[in-house]
Design a protein around this ligand. Sequence first.
Ligand SMILES: *[C@@H]1O[C@H](CO)[C@@H](O)[C@H](O)[C@H]1NC(C)=O
Ligand SMILES: *[C@@H]1O[C@H](CO)[C@@H](O)[C@H](O)[C@H]1NC(C)=O
Ligand SMILES: *[C@@H]1O[C@H](CO)[C@@H](O)[C@H](O)[C@H]1NC(C)=O
Ligand SMILES: *[C@@H]1O[C@H](CO)[C@@H](O)[C@H](O)[C@H]1NC(C)=O
Ligand SMILES: *[C@@H]1O[C@H](CO)[C@@H](O)[C@H](O)[C@H]1NC(C)=O
Ligand SMILES: *[C@@H]1O[C@H](CO)[C@@H](O)[C@H](O)[C@H]1NC(C)=O
Length: 798
Amino acid sequence: MAFKLLYASSFLLLLLPIPTIAQTYPNISFGSSLSAQEDSSPWASPSGEFAFGFRKLSNDGFILAIWFDKIPEKTIVWSANGNNLAPKGSTVELNTFGQLVLNYASGEQTLISHDQSKDTGVAYAAMLDTGNFVLADQDSNNLWESFDQPTDTILPTQTLSIGSVLFAPYTATNYSKGRFQLTLESNGSVVLYTTNFPLDSTNFPYKRIEPITSNSVDADSAFQVIFNQSGSIYVTDSKGNIRTIVSDTTVSVQDFYHRATFDYDGVFRHYTYPKNNGSSVWSTLLFIPKNICWELKEETGGGACGFNSICKQDPKGPTTCECPKNYMFIDPNDERKGCKQNFLPQSCEEASPETDLFGFQAMLNTDWPNGDYEHFQPVTEEWCKQICLSDCFCAIAIYDGSRSDCWKKGIPLSNGRMDLSVGWTSLVKIRLGNSTRRPLAIPDAKTQRSSNLTLIGSVLMLIVTYLVVAIITYVVVSRSYSRKAKVSDLYPVINLKCFTYLELKLATSGFKEVLGRGAFATVYKGVLASDKGKLVAVKRLDTVVRENDWEFKAEVSAIGGTNHRNLVKLQGFCNEGQHRILVYEFMSNGSLAGFLFGGESRPSWYRRRDIALGTARGLSYLHGECSSQIIHCDIKPQNILLDDSFTARIADFGVAKLLKTDQTRTTTRFRGTKGYVAPEWYKSLPVTVKADVYSYGVLLLEIIFCRKNFEADAEDEDQMILADWAYNCYKQQKLHLLLQNDDDAIDDFKTVEKYVMISFWCIQEDPSMRPTMKIVTQMLEGIVEVSVPQNPSSLYAI
Ligand SMILES: *[C@@H]1O[C@H](CO)[C@@H](O)[C@H](O)[C@H]1NC(C)=O
Ligand SMILES: *[C@@H]1O[C@H](CO)[C@@H](O)[C@H](O)[C@H]1NC(C)=O
Ligand SMILES: *[C@@H]1O[C@H](CO)[C@@H](O)[C@H](O)[C@H]1NC(C)=O
Ligand SMILES: *[C@@H]1O[C@H](CO)[C@@H](O)[C@H](O)[C@H]1NC(C)=O
Ligand SMILES: *[C@@H]1O[C@H](CO)[C@@H](O)[C@H](O)[C@H]1NC(C)=O
Ligand SMILES: *[C@@H]1O[C@H](CO)[C@@H](O)[C@H](O)[C@H]1NC(C)=O
């Protein structure tokens, strides 16, 4: 399994000059110190192969580190302060108590050796030839060693015990804790995780190295990862039996330096470097996983390179990230944050579908697995292109000619990769010509006033652009009308199962287990014997609705026509005699209400963030899908369900009405749930999709703060209505008052604040001030910036 691959490991090179002459200090005496200066010499090991000291990383400062000192790269193998670089003039001191202390020039102090007591028993400190820096007692027992505090690298003779963690650095030159971590778990598995960056908490395990099972019981096993003196890496159990060989090598440690590093791209690599050859490079002996672009494939996550990007595996060097043509990096300095469109996205306005302003860029052997929202088969490639062009949400069509399959995928594109094994072509939808991105969607009242001239300029530009677009569209639409009509005739028939009443009665054991009750329906748990015991939610509509056959048919066709990963999927229906029943997928993790308000402690902020975004995407889909627009009318935490992977799935279109886009008000009956209901319901104003935006805004606040919108028992009257309290805190820059005991959210405060601002935009009293769900989604994703919201005043004026 040894891959002998040479490459210029540019990402390991340190760009900057390094201290030159390393003096060897067999023992470092108490009271010695080193200063963070360009020319200070480090403490070196007796052979001079390793050194301990400060290295200048950038203008930002110095890192206290251990490195290979005899090779030109001076590769760092350990560091103490990657997250908090020391400015010039800082010092590291072995104090008179035998403690290793980092004194920042700012006055801050950090104890590097983890011993708070004054009488440490330390007799001497030394930089050893193994690369281990030790503080030892009189009898040469190590009281503290750098080998016990690994960062991203392990060296021969070093071991990892259960619970030890290696953190991948953030980038090649930034030694902050990055996006990946490697741990040895208590059952002997070595697991590579993504982290909830920038936090340490683990997120998604993308690679497991499992120990080979043995007859002995593992309950008390003290597993260890051992990098032995001959350069082999393996996992042993408490009896010392080797249970997995991670890297076996014949490359001698006499003639080669060895190291195993968890690199910033999430790949664990075993490297060697010939001693006595000043002009060589590190070569990769082995790397895990074999192809991170394939293996780091979270359900609908960004993959190894972030959303909308393309990951390319290079066995010789770091995994590279690219953007599709006409896309660009969100952050040019950090290519792993993903990509965004470099053009104005297709308009979803019915009046200007812009169909002929878009075309396709074919990308060979490229795929974005998962996250497709519609699938057609068998169809032709031309048809596949047309169906994507006519859908403003479709960003990529994947066409597999071998089986005439066509998939539609929307932004954000997940798990992108380019690899010869993909075998098909992705069709990336791009705007033809050279249009630029649209400016921010929501004007800020203040800047609006202060920059009237700019505004007039932009308005003129917009008018001109609009006219041009309108003229082109007019020509295009009138020319292509007949062709488009043909395309929509080709929509495959909605695939719903028609159940008999008896089947559903059996499935629910006579409608026994109630999952929930609504105004018009009761939902029961069921098991489909005909479908391998699949669990379903069976929604039985009551008399009121039953009498209106049209409403039932409308609901079935509206729901059946939807297909999005953030909506609960309709499996089938029963329309037999007086029985009107809908059969949905069963959602194992219950409702968002239970998730947010049910537990003792707050659920993970990162999960909450995903749910907020998923809900927004689902709603955006309901509002924007071209054929028929669906207003939900009852968005609240009880109607957002969570599937196995805690993905938000919008449920219960029970009160949703099928509205033609020009028909804005269809009912006089009060719909929805108090607290989440937009003011227009009370004011006899037309009700549009913006009513859902309002409810979403209230829901978003609840998700952010894990608190119900209305809390009668609040400490203070001001705190009863969450939206009011949140707005006051936001105004006074005191949002942290609402985030007590929520460290995840506090650490991600910028995002919290942004989401709060978005929710204030959503709950503006004037519906026209509220953004569309599409814009909300883009703001949550960071594609559209969020301006300062106005006070969403007279919130609950009835
Ligand atoms: C370092 O100090 C210890 C304890 O005083 C002593 O045993 C050891 O020999 C010293 N090592 C060297 C290389 O001087
Ligand atoms: C390293 O990256 C982190 C995370 O983005 C950032 O906070 C920090 O400032 C960076 N450090 C340097 C020295 O660029
Ligand atoms: C170790 O535990 C994980 C989950 O905790 C499990 O998936 C894995 O199979 C276990 N490995 C062994 C060897 O038992
Ligand atoms: C290191 O491990 C390899 C593979 O298990 C083994 O062949 C070798 O003898 C070991 N070396 C030492 C010094 O234990
Ligand atoms: C040193 O390494 C370089 C690059 O790997 C190689 O081209 C060169 O032949 C090596 N020199 C010796 C003396 O081995
Ligand atoms: C678009 O821009 C590219 C490069 O900037 C240029 O080569 C091309 O001619 C432009 N096309 C149009 C239609 O202006």
